[in-house]
Write a protein that binds this ligand. Structure first.
Ligand SMILES: [Zn+2]
Length: 67
């Protein structure tokens, strides 16, 4: 199940977003720009662009415990 990124929807509606990104996704494999008003998934001070990126961060933690 893949959730479409809100900035993509906004780009379709209003053209390319003109805002400066406020943050980037904390998933090092993603690092997608995050804009004001975007749906984000927060873990502490880290922000993720989608639930999969957040879930991946937990999977990486589990690997540390096992390894
Ligand atoms: Zn991401």
């Amino acid at each position: 199940m893949d959730i479409e990124h809100p900035s993509i929807t906004r780009a379709l509606l209003t053209g390319y977003p003109e805002q400066e990104p406020i943050d980037v996704c904390a998933n090092p494999d993603c690092e997608k720009a995050i804009f004001t008003g975007d749906q984000v998934w927060a873990k502490g001070s880290e922000r993720y662009c989608k639930l999969k990126c957040l879930a991946d961060s937990f999977e990486n933690k589990e690997e540390e415990i096992n390894g």
